[in-house]
Design a protein around this ligand. Structure first.
Ligand SMILES: NC(=O)c1ccc[n+]([C@@H]2O[C@H](COP(=O)([O-])OP(=O)(O)OC[C@H]3O[C@@H](n4cnc5c(N)ncnc54)[C@H](O)[C@@H]3O)[C@@H](O)[C@H]2O)c1
Length: 348
């Protein structure tokens, strides 16, 4: 499905976006304002209304529709971004792959390993480009940490520490359909641990509680957790999660190794620090993911488009979508059975 390159002329990739909710709109904005060499032909959402239609047209989207199948049937569309609700990701991925479209799929591909394997099978038969939306890998801070580790600046990795706390908890209705904190929220941290370690996890152990909102507990989930992981390269990782950090979105990482340590703090609106008789104060962290990761969202799509243009591997393939789900399922099992769980136990 690649456009032909004409001499030195650049290829323009034509995209369709499926899902016009929060993250679908983020990707529409990125492509229309920050990502070169791609244009959005169509945006689909069963709840497409006048407001979204007007907004999309203003952004430069040619067509809006209520039926994503129109996008899959359009021969001019090279690639789709699946930004719809989680339960639609794996079936639409399979359909899109079978239709010969390159696919960018928001996280998670599915909560069910068998469904992810259907996507893997579809890709084996029809090897289009496939990328999963773990945007944090494209954040400037986390990229710098990974680069330092990969360049050997801290020697062998011994300990990885991830702090990941949301500014406010989701509502109980969201919690009920989210798949639980590990598959909804921690899944980004599982991906970050793999990214920083450069390998898969071997074992997961969880301590978790409901300390923020009893409604989250009544919905069958937890809101506070400390997760320890043994990585396949021998490193030990710790993730700490909370659904509520009153000072803002707390996203930090540290990697400690045989030759040193690399760490990154939060992004703030400014680096100004005020010192006076009352004390020394600075800005709070940027409020939430839409503030912290806008550049990372644009960069992940830019990399996806480049992989299509250059016919190279996407930076995050389908296995990168599968592994954090396995880690999330192992975390759930660990909490239920109060014991360390090997990834092999859930990788059936
Ligand atoms: N990478 C990230 O940081 C990040 C951030 C937010 C959400 N997400 C993921 O993106 C997905 C969407 O999340 P959201 O926050 O945008 O949710 P949302 O509820 O705001 O939007 C989802 C949209 O999908 C639409 N939809 C449902 N079924 C559809 C279908 N068959 N075809 C087309 N559209 C359909 C819904 O009508 C809704 O407008 C979730 O899977 C979530 O996990 C990822």
């Amino acid at each position: 499905m690649l456009h032909k390159q004409k001499g030195d002329q650049k290829i323009m990739v034509t995209v369709g976006i499926i899902g016009a909710g929060r993250i679908g709109r983020v990707h529409v904005e990125s492509i229309c304002t920050k990502v070169g060499n791609a244009k959005i032909k169509a945006l689909a959402d069963p709840f497409m209304n006048e407001e979204t239609d007007l907004w999309a047209k203003k952004m430069g989207v040619e067509i809006t529709t209520k039926d994503y199948k129109e996008i899959l049937a359009d021969p001019e569309i090279d690639a789709v971004l699946i930004c719809s609700s989680t339960d639609t990701h794996s079936p639409i991925s399979v359909e899109a792959i079978q239709a010969g479209k390159h696919v960018f799929c928001e996280k998670p591909i599915d909560h069910d390993v068998a469904k992810i394997k259907e996507v893997i099978d579809a890709l084996a038969k029809n090897p289009v480009k496939y990328q999963v939306g773990f945007n944090r890998r494209f954040d400037h801070n986390f990229e710098a940490v990974r680069d330092a580790v990969a360049a050997g600046k801290i020697g062998d990795t011994h300990i990885i520490k991830i702090t990941s706390r949301d500014p406010e908890p989701p509502c109980a209705d969201y919690v009920k359909v989210s798949g639980g904190m590990f598959l909804d929220m921690t899944i980004h941290d599982f991906d970050m641990v793999r990214f920083l370690a450069g390998c898969n996890a071997a074992e997961v152990y969880v301590e978790a509680a409901v300390l923020v909102d009893p409604a989250i507990g009544e919905a069958g989930d937890v809101d506070t957790a400390v997760i320890t992981l043994k990585m396949e390269n021998g490193a030990i990782a710790v993730i700490d999660n909370s659904r509520q950090a009153v000072y803002g979105y707390d996203q930090r990482a540290e990697v400690f190794g045989s030759k040193g340590m690399v760490a990154t703090g939060n992004d703030t609106a400014s680096a100004a620090v005020i010192s006076n008789v009352d004390g020394v104060t600075g800005e709070k962290p940027l409020h939430f993911f839409l503030e912290r990761y806008m550049d990372a969202y644009a960069k992940e799509i830019k990399c996806f488009i480049e992989a299509i243009e250059n016919d190279t591997e996407t930076p995050l393939g389908v296995d990168d979508g599968l592994q954090p789900v396995l880690m999330g399922l192992a975390a759930k099992k660990s909490l239920e059975e109060h014991r360390p769980v090997k990834i092999a136990e859930v990788a059936v």
